[in-house]
Design a protein around this ligand. Sequence first.
Ligand SMILES: [Zn+2]
Length: 166
Amino acid sequence: MVVMLPIGANIPSHWFKAASVEKAIIPMPSRTQEGLVYDVELDWATRELKCPCEGYKFRRECGHVKALVFASYKKKSKRKGMADTQLASYYKFTIEHLSTRRKAVYECLETYGPLSNRLIAEKEHKPVNCITGRTNELCKMGLADEVGTVYDPVTDRHVILWGLVS
Ligand SMILES: [Zn+2]
């Protein structure tokens, strides 16, 4: 899977660390390690985003490129203040402004580590269909990601294990 900068998403030029006619480099901060920055590369011709992190090498996608895509949409009603906020504070800003239900899922993954949607639902005492949308949203925001699969005895299937990105 390749992550493209979608039409309608524009990365503000003041986020660029370097730019040429072929590509731009955008320093995307780590969520967990202060001072750690991933130099995400945008190819202007294909709009493909590449990240130097370990996760990207294996899966051709990662939370950092997803977070950059999310931060680049100009839906001001949804992301009040983000347009004027430095990218360096993306995670801090985004986590602070999570809706109550998203925040509960985020904090659940922070507390317990990787969990399936059903296990999150159990911890939160909510039906699982209240959780699946929230984990998908956290994934789009670059906060959570699929970290593996786990056998679920209730459904007798292997299901996605969600964890927070680094
Ligand atoms: Zn990455």
